[in-house]
Design a protein around this ligand. Structure first.
Ligand SMILES: Nc1ncnc2c1ncn2[C@@H]1O[C@H](COP(=O)(O)OP(=O)(O)OP(=O)(O)O)[C@@H](O)[C@H]1O
Length: 284
């Protein structure tokens, strides 16, 4: 066993604090403190610390196997760290029971990489599903909410009765985004939001996320390998390497950090092209 990760009586305990649900931005939306993750003998995270403030678009990057997906799953309450604390809106999610976790989930939306739509449900029913699960809303309110969310993501009502199999990749992402926003969350998680889209579709999806972030005052946590998406959206970037966060800050600061992964990832040919494209865009 790794000496640094000895089990304690309360391995996932958060530091003292109110622990109350706080949605006004007075505490970080996501607070990860001294987080360790181990699978058998494999140590994935060692003392990971990261605060994400209201209104940020925080991108988490790192090489393959550095634990980005696991960290995202821990923020979503789908996995528990071996040790340490994950607070979302001030609440310790390791301590939340199933019912409480469900209430917390109503405050965030998740866009999965492949969209994860229900293949047997129409576009309308996919987006309506989180609203129906509340079991409190009448049908006409659900209908209006679904059409509003479709409109927000640029889908007209004529698409409501289509099945996922009949949609293009770009439309699947838009439906999945509308579903993620169905409960009007303050926090949005994005896992590789532009994966599988061609450059034009990718650019318009990025523009959509950017405008929704602004209009809905969202906090966004994103995992992506795509440098164009990363540079276009991130207000800050956190780099996972060597089992912890080796750099966190605005893109321009992070890319200056002298670390082999950062040099290879951001300043290789692709990185330079993506930065040059961003500079061009900023001049327009
Ligand atoms: N349930 C599990 N049991 C055992 N090992 C796991 C489990 N989940 C993840 N791992 C291991 O944890 C490490 C981190 O995995 P993770 O999927 O978070 O990496 P990642 O940074 O998202 O990688 P990629 O960029 O390739 O998607 C990997 O070595 C993976 O094999």
């Amino acid at each position: 066993m790794n000496d640094d990760i000895k089990p304690t009586e309360d391995p996932c305990a958060c530091p003292e604090g109110s622990g109350e649900l706080t949605l006004d931005g007075s505490v970080p939306v996501v607070q990860i403190t001294n987080l360790h993750t181990r699978f058998g003998r494999t140590v994935v995270h060692q003392d990971v610390n990261l605060d994400i403030e209201q209104g940020e678009i925080m991108s988490i990057v790192g090489g393959s196997g550095t634990g980005k997906t696991v960290l995202l799953r821990q923020m979503l309450g789908l996995e528990r760290p071996t040790r340490g604390c994950v607070r979302i809106f001030g609440e310790d999610i390791s301590e939340a029971n199933a019912e409480h976790l469900q209430q917390l989930r109503n405050h965030w939306g998740m866009l999965f990489q492949q969209g994860a739509l229900y293949s047997a449900l129409t576009v309308f029913d996919n987006i309506a599903q989180p609203l129906r699960e509340l079991r409190t809303l009448p049908d006409d309110v659900i209908r209006d909410a679904v059409l509003l969310k479709m409109n927000m993501v640029g889908l007209g009502p004529e698409h409501a009765n289509k099945m996922p199999a009949d949609l293009s990749g770009g439309m699947i992402k838009r439906v999945a985004l509308a579903r993620a926003l169905a409960l009007e969350p303050q926090l949005l998680f994005l896992d590789e939001p532009t994966a599988g889209l061609d450059p034009d579709l990718s650019e318009s999806f990025v523009a959509l996320i950017k405008s929704l972030h602004r209009e809905l005052n969202l906090t966004v946590v994103m995992v992506t390998h795509d440098l164009d998406t990363l540079f276009a959206l991130s207000t800050r970037i956190a780099v996972l390497a060597e089992k912890h966060v080796i750099a966190v800050g605005p893109t321009r600061d992070v890319i200056k950090v002298d670390h082999p992964f950062i040099k290879e990832f951001f300043l290789g040919g692709r990185g330079k092209r993506a930065l040059a494209a961003l500079d061009e865009k900023n001049k327009e």
